[in-house]
Design a protein around this ligand. Sequence first.
Ligand code: SF4
Length: 362
Amino acid sequence: MTGIYIHVPFCAKKCNYCDFFSVPYQKQLVENYVQAIIRNIKYYALENKIKINTIYFGGGTPSLLSIEQITRILNVCAKYFILSENPEITLEYNPSGNRKNYLHDLRVSGVNRLSIGTQSFSDKQLKLLTRTHSVQDNFRTVLTAYEQGFINISCDLILATPYQDKNLLAESLSNLISLPITHCSAYLLQIEEQTALAKDEILLANLPDDDISADLYLQTIRVLESAGFQQYEISSFAKSGFESQHNLKYWHCEPYLGIGAGAHSCYQGRRFFVPKDIQKFCNSPKQEIKIISETACDTEEKIMLGLRTTNGVPENMLNYQAKLKIPLLVQADYLTRKLNGNIALTPKGFAVSNAVISELLK
Ligand code: SF4
């Protein structure tokens, strides 16, 4: 089955570390964009019968869409696609003040999973990351969402931020696990060129070094696992049965169709993306696509993606050269051999995953 990804490239304010494609929110532009999303859904659905089991609103800030706009998009999905019985419908949500009615109506619209951009449970850290919400907003958003019937809630956490040490992280983690959530995405901060953070010398000078970053990551794994969140991917932890069905498609090389400016797809055996041009997307009858590859995933990509997961990949997918390196990597505790014949990264291996994976694929 296919997953549908809907990109919503609008934000109230740009965060200093973010290089995702997004522009400032403008009411009319957003409405034109929603109409273009709907046009494209109909186009793809009329072209082919598409069975789907996940819909993911990502951004940007999808929670800037009105309930009416989200409902319109979901109604068109339900009418034109062939929906599985219990589709997972996720929306990325930015914490904010009291939006009880919005969260209530969002649940009624059919959205059944929230991915909440909490990022940290320290007000100082949120300020440094130029987030527009407070720790109190994080708590209020999660608790209100839960009260309004969301039982599948994920929270984001950013690791290795400026000035973060193990005590600050411990405080964030203990707040996070006290909440009624089922999933956590914990990312190591990446400094991306062209972001405000990349130009802030004081913040850059106070970033944890690689060793401390690895320790913070391992601390996160330990705390989350002891609270019942099993790691199933480098950055993803879930209570049993609450793994993100949509995100698993990316790592399992399963088909997903991305709609919207900047969205990526792996669909009908090809990989492609839509240029990051909102006006063009709004004004075109059908989204323009640029082909990345005429094949879905080759063996190298399957290995790279598979090794992001704790399930790993079958050892026999690797070539002779790579297989020779496995015993040393196992001995150094970067890799583990599983009973089913798979090899997978260990927590220590995940902390330096790029280096281990490129060593295997060299
Ligand atoms: S981090 Fe999220 S809210 Fe902040 S600018 Fe990027 S997409 Fe927008």
